[in-house]
Design a protein around this ligand. Structure first.
Ligand code: TXA
Ligand code: MG
Length: 324
């Protein structure tokens, strides 16, 4: 385990050399930290699945260094995809497009489509451009666990593994990218993420939401993803927080009970962007406390609040799945 300052050119060079040799590197993005491999090297990509204990049927997204690279790896680019890329890249948006033969099947778990994103974090961009190849990267957490938003989270999650981590500070958004696909030239939202549905709608008109018939197009849509180890329960309000064996994730309300120590307030002034930036790191902290259950206060379901509530719902369903 080695953490290097990602803003130093020598660190970027070290990381790029490791990637060239087929090894893994954890790196910062503006959404969450990624666990990267050279996307064109199948064996290297296999290492990601191994380290994350991620089922092989869960496809990875690739990170590119310039908008133009889109056409290097996508067989075709529908007009609405081109429009979204020009508006929101670099940034927290993943486009699902038909892949060409340069992208190995292990990246997409055999799907004919690949998720592509140009991240905005300067360290990520430097690294990809130095490598001059796309980097396949899921969030740098063990499968099913929450995404890391700082280098120390990654270090704690993979503490027994030799792994180079580039430190680029706290992820500005703190929540994963939004994912869209383009069935018959419409736009379907697969995952609510750091770019809001409202922003997407402004750019390309009404969105199709993902199917809600229980079918599962990609396992990232498993109903119990992004979960802490402790059971999580969503509550209307944590105003009456009282159990010292519980921890509490409050949206903006402050607890009135001084005996409740394990409490984090996402944004005292109720700002969704600030809340998203704190979201995973606070949940990770609360999950580490010696408590039996985490209570999470409801977050207003507009903009980034949708993305956070989606993750809370998934985390709370994991518990139901276990106990059912
Ligand atoms: O913000 C992010 O997207 C971060 C940073 C590191 O870029 N990455 C990330 O990757 O969240 P990951 O693997 O944790 O989540 C990507 C999701 C998965 O749920 C996967 O199932 C879905 O994207 N996905 C990838 N390729 C797909 C495809 N071809 N079709 C449908 N879903 C896909
Ligand atoms: Mg993930």
């Amino acid at each position: 385990m080695e953490i290097l300052d990602g803003y130093l050119p020598a660190s970027i060079q070290r990381a790029a050399d490791l990637l060239t040799r087929g090894e893994l590197v954890a790196f910062p993005t503006e959404t969450v930290y990624g666990l990267g491999a050279d996307a064109l090297n199948s064996l290297a990509v296999a290492g990601i699945f191994e380290l994350k204990k991620r089922p092989h049927f869960d496809p990875l997204i690739i990170h590119i260094g310039e908008k133009e690279w889109l056409r290097r790896y996508a067989r075709s680019v529908p007009p609405k995809a081109a429009e979204l890329a020009s508006r929101f890249w670099p940034g927290p948006l993943t486009l699902i497009l038909e892949k060409n033969d340069l992208i190995p099947d292990i990246v997409t778990s055999g799907l004919p489509t690949v998720g592509i994103r140009m991240p905005a974090h300067p360290v990520a961009l430097e690294l990809i451009r130095r490598l001059d190849r796309p980097i396949a990267a899921p969030s740098a957490n063990p499968f099913g666990y929450m995404s890391p938003t700082r280098a120390a989270h990654v270090a704690a999650m993979f503490k027994d593994t030799p792994l180079l981590i580039l430190d680029g500070g706290d992820s500005a958004f703190g929540i994963e990218s939004s994912i869209v696909s383009f069935p018959s030239d419409s736009v379907r939202l697969h995952r609510h993420g750091a770019l809001t549905a409202e922003d997407l709608t402004c750019a390309v008109g009404p969105l199709m939401e993902k199917k809600n018939d229980g079918s599962c197009e990609s396992p990232g849509e498993l109903p119990y993803h992004y979960a802490p180890h402790k059971p999580l329960v969503i509550v209307e309000s944590i105003g009456e927080a009282k159990n010292p064996r519980s921890s509490y994730l409050s949206f903006k309300e402050l607890s009135r009970n001084p005996e409740v120590r394990h409490i984090r307030t996402l944004s005292p002034k109720g700002d969704l962007r600030e809340a998203a930036a704190n979201f995973f790191s606070f949940l990770i902290e609360l999950d580490r406390e010696d408590v039996d259950v985490i209570y999470a206060e409801k977050i207003p379901e507009s903009g980034l609040g949708r993305a956070m509530m989606e993750r809370l719902h998934k985390a709370s369903r994991k518990y139901l799945y276990i106990t059912r």
